[in-house]
Write a protein that binds this ligand. Structure first.
Ligand code: URA
Length: 211
């Protein structure tokens, strides 16, 4: 019996969430990070697709042991199509140096793949639209450790509504992967006194990766 699929993308996403990695419809297609990037690159699920210059999928090693997740691309990221390349990105680079790994060895992405106008907070519906892409990235990269930057990434992954000051530095898990929430670099640029805590978190990450 032929079944009418009214929302092919939603159907594939649902299969993906169930752990189905190959869908046969005349041909076999395995989801890879680059296929996912192509799919995200043409996303029009929310209004941000109308205002963005670039889709910022994320970058780094496909085999990264450590995955950083930020909030959403800013102006410079939108211009270049790369995550964390503005002022906050420079600080993130210094944080990564503290861990003793190269930026190219980790993977860096955001909850939202498109810039919200004027860098406003992500709206719930935008995060809902983008979430499956983030979950798929995690499933494909299969990092040993995730570091969320700021409250949005943490709350989106765990489906909670926590304040960053309460959860920062507290180890937890996302689907069996060790998760360490730390401050967002943009927050640290405005609150220099918190930088010591963030560096402490980078040392925790270094120790976790050495295990
Ligand atoms: N802030 C983010 O959350 N992500 C970026 O890529 C840049 C700034």
């Amino acid at each position: 019996m032929m079944m009418e699929i009214s929302d092919p993308q939603g159907f594939l996403n649902a299969l993906y969430r169930m752990g189905v990695r190959r869908y046969v419809s005349g041909r076999v297609e395995e989801l890879t990070l680059s296929r996912l990037a192509r799919q995200v690159g043409s996303c029009i699920k929310c209004g941000l697709s109308k205002t963005r210059r670039s889709v910022v999928f994320g970058e780094g090693s496909e085999n990264a042991e450590l995955l950083f997740i930020g909030e959403a691309p800013g102006e410079e990221e939108d211009r270049q199509g790369r995550p964390f390349v503005g002022r906050a990105g420079k600080l993130l680079d210094q944080m990564i140096e503290r861990i003793g790994v190269a930026r190219t060895d980790v993977f860096i992405c955001n909850v939202l793949k498109c810039r919200p106008p004027n860098n406003r907070d992500p709206e719930a519906t935008e995060a809902e639209c983008c979430k499956p892409y983030l979950f798929a990235q995690i499933d494909l990269i299969r990092p040993r450790v995730i570091c969320t930057l700021g409250k949005h990434a943490y709350n989106t992954l765990l489906g909670v509504d926590e304040k960053i000051t309460r959860i920062r530095g507290r180890l937890t898990e996302y689907k069996g992967v060790t998760l360490l929430p730390t401050y967002h670099p943009s927050f640290l640029l405005r609150n220099q006194s918190a930088i010591g805590d963030a560096y402490e978190d980078m040392e925790t990450l270094r120790d976790l990766l050495r295990r």
